[in-house]
Design a protein around this ligand. Structure first.
Ligand code: SAH
Length: 325
């Protein structure tokens, strides 16, 4: 039994069954606080860890958007859940070349990942919550951040809960599941409120679906394989597919403008990732095969290209970032 499972069983014994939302929150708080989950030796690999090209495309899109509003100097770069800081350092390299000199602000709860971010982006400022960000115009990116925020599951009118049965953790009911995520709505709503008031643009990249629909999308990943949800609490990554329709509604309700949703593959190709791959291959011919397979992994329909999607939210008086029209 994992240490967190022992604690959860005590909690259920004292309080009764706990919601999927409370379970996911407890599992991910423990999981991210205690390890670096990324890379071949971890549990999963994210796009910025596949290739520098991913962060470079994002940096290019954000810098271009900023130039088109006249390069205001009070704009800050913000990243939610920056992992090892790889995306930020690749994006900022491009943005600094385009003369963006703004501050860097990270929202991160994991002390382990914060140490890694300090090594890759030493000039950053750290915050535990979105609400602590300075009230300034933002150029924001969140890659695989929203999928880790807790969801609620409902079966009919009842919230689905986790209990102890037959000596183990078990769901209290099955049936057609409808998922909601107040935590995601709140995160996107508060970013959208800031964009509408102060200006800026935000990119949200994640796996998920364009339209809200019933279905159980909660998943656990451990050592690069799917694992049963209730196995090894706190020792495996729990995520769910992002309902982009809910995000669009949260952003519009807060007064921000929203782009069409685009698949990651399509978006990266529109931004010129193929030309970037060619340039990298020409500069390092011995690594051309590696660059080509990274390109395929980021854009291929059977790989990350189709499942992952990109949504931009922006101030009504800022242009949409490139790649969405
Ligand atoms: N964006 C990175 C890492 C994705 S993993 C990449 O693409 O590689 C999820 C990230 O979100 C981790 O940095 C994790 O510590 C952070 N995180 C998870 N839940 C969080 C929360 N509630 N608040 C802030 N950061 C959180």
């Amino acid at each position: 039994m994992t240490p967190l499972e022992r604690a959860l069983r005590e909690r259920i014994a004292a309080e009764g069954p706990i919601s999927v939302e409370a379970f996911m929150q407890a599992c991910n708080d423990y999981y991210y606080a205690t390890r670096d989950p990324l890379g071949a030796r971890g549990d999963f690999t994210t796009a910025p860890e596949v290739s520098q090209m991913f962060g470079e495309m994002i940096g290019g899109a954000l810098a271009d958007c900023w130039k088109r509003v006249g390069s205001p100097t009070d704009v800050i770069y913000v990243e939610l859940g920056p992992g090892r800081g790889t995306l930020a350092s690749d994006a900022l390299r491009v943005m600094r070349t385009a003369d963006f000199a703004g501050e860097v602000h990270f929202v991160e709860t994991s002390p382990v990942l914060l140490q890694m971010q300090k090594a890759s982006v030493p000039e950053a400022h750290w915050h535990k919550s979105i609400d602590d960000l300075p009230a300034k115009p933002l150029l924001l990116v969140a890659n695989e951040f929203l999928d880790a925020l807790p969801i609620c599951q409902h079966v009919g009118a009842a919230e689905r809960r986790i209990t102890v049965a037959a000596g183990g953790l078990a769901f209290d009911r099955d049936g057609e599941i409808v998922e909601t995520s107040p935590a995601r709505d709140e995160a996107v709503g508060s970013i959208a409120t800031c964009l509408a008031a102060k200006g800026g643009a935000a990119l949200f990249i994640d796996y998920g679906h364009e339209r809200s629909a019933p279905g159980d999308t909660l998943q656990a990943v451990r050592g690069h394989r799917f694992s049963p949800i209730l196995a090894y609490p706190g020792e495996q990554d729990l995520t769910s597919h992002v309902d982009f329709e809910a995000l669009v509604n949260a952003a519009r309700d807060a007064g921000a403008s929203v782009t069409p949703l685009v698949s990651q593959g399509e978006w990266l190709i529109r931004l010129g990732i193929e030309a970037r791959a060619q340039a990298l291959s020409r500069a390092n011919p011995d690594r051309a095969g590696e660059v080509q397979s990274a390109l395929e992994r980021l854009t291929g329909r059977e790989q990350m290209g189709q499942l992952f999607k990109v949504l931009a939210i922006h101030a009504p008086d800022w242009p949409a970032p490139a790649g969405f029209a």
